[in-house]
Design a protein around this ligand. Structure first.
Ligand SMILES: NC(=O)c1ccc[n+]([C@@H]2O[C@H](COP(=O)([O-])OP(=O)(O)OC[C@H]3O[C@@H](n4cnc5c(N)ncnc54)[C@H](O)[C@@H]3O)[C@@H](O)[C@H]2O)c1
Length: 362
């Protein structure tokens, strides 16, 4: 077995715990593909606490990025800091894997993708949920022709908003946030995984409230500004001709709609929540009834961080499944949709990407 990929985390806030759990689990299962070596955060007390708990070093951000023992910088900062941290890490010759979105703006994302390519370092980006058995089993069914030629998909994410549970939800309501840029990566990456790249979009969006109130934690009751659209709808035209209808909302109390459905000439599929790794895929063939497909592809019992293990296991020169071109295309689709909503026009999506390689059942 080769050397483990040595990971330094920048940003040890709410989501970092899920990555730490995955790293600990992989280690307990005897896998030495990924090893945590250091953490850093603007909040040095937080970094020190996580470092002590994990038995690794707490460094400043600058020290971590330059540390000779760090091979990959895991960027778990807020969206507004994604590009800045990624560019610093790439300049130091490190591989980077970041939380979604790739950057808060498409221009910044382009700079990150170009810098990684020029430096010859690996670039990966969440979501890695698409590597789990849920989305991968659905993909295998589509690729095997089980529903015939895919014609359409629906993707629906409707919640009242993250300020009810997140102690610091400000970033969800600032540029780079909103329901589309925050939750859209799960749904749009899944649609690209299932149906391929997108060539154009139309959309409409609304901005319903100027403020939101934090519902939990030490800042409960604090009123925060809302500077983004909070209900976004659109239609994505895939290069294959399939049409995906998208609704992403922080303005809805509840829904019974499936997170994702894919409809083909001879069958329909319900795809489980793309913000999770597993869940049942349901198939309804023409003339039949709904039935559950057994997991047939993807990483079983996966968690956040599997994308990094997948990247670590990818041979040099081969793009990782969660590569920067996919993340850039996904961000391009989402920013094009916001532009289409703002202008009331059809917007061509300039970028494209290869469908990431399918994941065999593992
Ligand atoms: N919270 C979730 O459930 C969740 C789920 C999936 C993905 N994500 C994504 O993960 C990322 C982080 O979200 P979070 O909820 O953990 O946020 P958070 O605010 O809880 O944590 C972010 C951490 O990054 C630190 N940080 C911010 N800017 C920094 C900088 N320039 N240098 C060093 N540290 C910096 C903050 O001090 C904080 O500790 C976001 O991109 C978010 O979209 C969050």
């Amino acid at each position: 077995m080769g050397q483990p990929l040595r990971v330094g985390i920048v940003g040890v806030g709410a989501i970092s715990g899920q990555y730490l759990t995955t790293f600990a689990r992989l280690a307990s299962e005897g896998s030495d593909t990924v090893r945590l070596v250091a953490v850093a955060d603007l909040d040095e007390i937080r970094a020190a606490a996580v470092a002590a708990e994990q038995g690794v070093r707490a460094l400043t951000v600058d020290e971590l990025i330059k540390d000779p023992e760090v091979d990959l910088v895991l960027n778990l900062t807020i969206p507004a800091a994604h590009a800045e941290i990624a560019l610093q890490a790439i300049a130091a010759g490190k591989a980077v894997y970041g939380e979604k979105p790739l950057a808060a703006t498409l221009e910044d994302a382009r700079a990150v993708v170009d810098a990684a390519r020029a430096a010859g370092v690996a670039l990966g980006c969440a979501p890695d949920t698409v590597l789990g058995t849920g989305v991968q089993t659905a993909r295998k069914a589509i690729d095997d022709g089980v529903i015939g030629a895919p014609i359409a998909a629906t993707a629906t994410m409707m919640t009242p908003g993250h300020e009810r549970w997140h102690p610091n939800p400000d970033f969800y309501y600032q540029p780079g946030g909103g329901p589309l840029l925050d939750m859209g990566p799960y749904y749009v990456t899944t649609l690209v995984t299932l149906l391929g790249p997108v060539v154009s979009v139309v959309g409409a969006a609304s901005h319903t409230r100027a403020t939101r109130e934090i519902g939990s934690g030490p800042r409960a009751g604090t009123v925060i500004p809302v500077d983004v659209d909070t209900h976004v709808t659109g239609v994505l035209r895939h290069a294959s001709g399939a049409l995906s209808t998208l609704v992403m909302s922080f303005d809805s109390v509840a829904t019974r709609a499936s997170e994702i459905e894919v409809h083909g000439q001879t069958g329909s599929l319900i795809v489980p929540d793309p913000n999770t790794f597993d869940g049942d895929v349901q198939l309804h063939e023409l003339g039949g009834a709904w039935r559950t497909l057994p997991p047939s592809a993807g990483y079983r019992d996966a968690g956040r961080g599997y994308g990094i293990a997948d990247l670590a296991a990818t041979p040099p020169g081969v793009p990782a499944r969660t590569n920067g071109d996919v993340a850039y295309h996904v961000l391009d689709i989402m920013t094009s949709l916001l532009a289409a909503s703002a202008t009331g026009t059809t917007v061509a999506v300039e970028s494209t990407c290869e469908r990431p390689a399918a994941v065999p059942l593992a």
